[in-house]
Design a binder for this molecule. Structure first.
Ligand code: FE2
Length: 419
């Protein structure tokens, strides 16, 4: 009896002394005009809570809304938990300060964010596949444009290729909310908990990843997941059209993982049907043009590639839509399409390999996209070099988007396409 009591006492003491440690974060996700999710990664479950407010005195509290065990790779043994708390009834234009601490969490971590007002300028940065952007990339964009980015849009597959992406170590995740389009690696990942842990399922469910995000001056339609050679269903096309016409936002963009117009190797792969993207672009491109979606953002091909503004057949037109895959990597170029304006693969030699950052800046009725490269390793701010840039309005592109490339468009494949 005495022995059992001692053991129980020891268990109680060790449980009380065991505080959770931060592994990563905090990070922001699921941004809306009136809400934000704060997430963090810890080595124990259900620890921590969020204090927040318009000053560093905070004043409000948000408890954990969900917490999942996550893994970083199949078979990984490390215990990691992603906890999220939803902050509701927020007001655009106010800078919110927040702190994650308490409730069994050791230490504290802070951050801040500001939901842009409807007519404010809006700055968006992008990532996807094997390229998660860094604090250096964000600093470069901030200096170039003169304001911090408001939003980070991720085209998916970062889960496998992005290394420690899901640890959210970079400072940028504390202040720039993440919108993520699901990729094939998230969908196919054997551990279901690895994929959706960054979400709190506001406005979407695990088996229905499409969502629509109004944030500042833009509406983001994050499309339904359609893989490989498949086409949209009639129901999915109706959903997309409903989202594109049911908004007062003058800027509308579409984001999904699988690309529509590609010169990468996925453009020649067939999965029992036509090459990837061919059916989908015939279905959805007329909707993009009808509802003034100026850019469809994709990933999947592990290169930077940007089409001219085009119609559904790839014909150039200032009233068309640009297809842009900003996920610079070292995959191959499988073809040279007449509609492709810029193409860059990063090279195979780590010493000469480049990465880069793409940003979209919306200011009134003017928009600008720029893509700058930098060395993969040991990069400094002065190392960034421009590779692509064009401008447009909500209804048409300017001439700079239609001029032929004056710079090398990347190399032809050194090896045959492969899945
Ligand atoms: Fe992919």
């Amino acid at each position: 009896m005495m022995i059992r009591l001692v053991v129980l006492l020891q268990l109680g003491i060790s449980a009380a002394a065991r505080a959770a440690e931060f592994v990563g974060g905090p990070y922001l996700c699921n941004p809306r005009m009136d809400g934000m999710t704060v997430g963090w990664v810890a080595d124990a479950a259900n620890a921590g809570e969020v204090e927040y407010g318009a000053t560093e005195a905070y004043g409000k509290k948000a408890a954990i809304t969900m917490c999942d065990r996550i893994v970083l790779a199949p078979g990984a043994k490390s215990e990691r938990f992603a906890c999220r708390a939803r902050l509701r009834e927020l007001t655009p234009g106010i800078t919110y300060h927040y702190k994650v601490s308490g409730n069994g969490m050791n230490g504290e971590r802070t951050g801040q964010f500001r939901i842009p007002q409807h007519k404010d300028p809006l700055l968006i940065v992008f990532q996807g596949d094997d390229y998660a952007i860094s604090d250096l990339d964000v600093r470069f964009v901030e200096e170039k444009v003169g304001r911090p980015p408001d939003l980070l849009v991720d085209m998916g597959d970062t889960i496998q290729h992005g290394g420690d992406f899901y640890d959210f170590k970079h400072q940028l995740y504390r202040q720039i909310p993440l919108v993520l389009a699901e990729g094939n690696h998230e969908t196919d990942w054997p551990d279901k908990l690895a994929s959706p842990h960054h979400l709190d399922f506001e406005g979407r469910t695990e088996d229905k990843p499409e969502q629509v995000v109004d944030y500042g001056a833009a509406r983001w339609v994050v499309g339904p997941y359609v893989k490989y050679s498949d086409d949209f269903t009639a129901e999915q096309l109706t959903w997309i059209e409903d989202q594109l016409q049911g908004t007062d936002r003058q800027w509308k963009f579409y984001a999904c993982h699988h690309i529509f117009f590609s010169d990468g190797y996925h453009s020649v792969l067939k999965w029992g049907g036509p090459p990837e993207g061919q059916s989908r672009r015939a279905s959805v491109w007329p909707l993009f043009m009808k509802y003034n979606v100026r850019i469809a953002f994709n990933g999947h091909d592990h290169v930077y590639q940007r089409s001219f503004p085009i119609d559904q057949n790839g014909g150039k037109t200032p009233e068309g839509t640009v297809n842009l895959d900003p996920s610079i990597g070292n995959s191959v170029r499988a073809r040279q399409s007449p509609w492709m304006a810029r193409f860059l693969r990063s090279g195979d030699d780590p010493k000469t390999r480049v990465k880069g950052v793409t940003y979209l800046y919306l200011n009134g009725d003017q928009a600008k996209v720029e893509f700058h490269t930098r060395p993969l390793e040991n990069a400094k701010l002065e190392d960034f070099k421009p590779f692509d840039g064009f401008t447009f309005t909500p209804t048409r592109f300017n001439h700079d988007s239609l001029v032929p490339a004056e710079i090398p468009t990347g190399t032809a494949p050194a090896r045959p396409p492969q899945p």
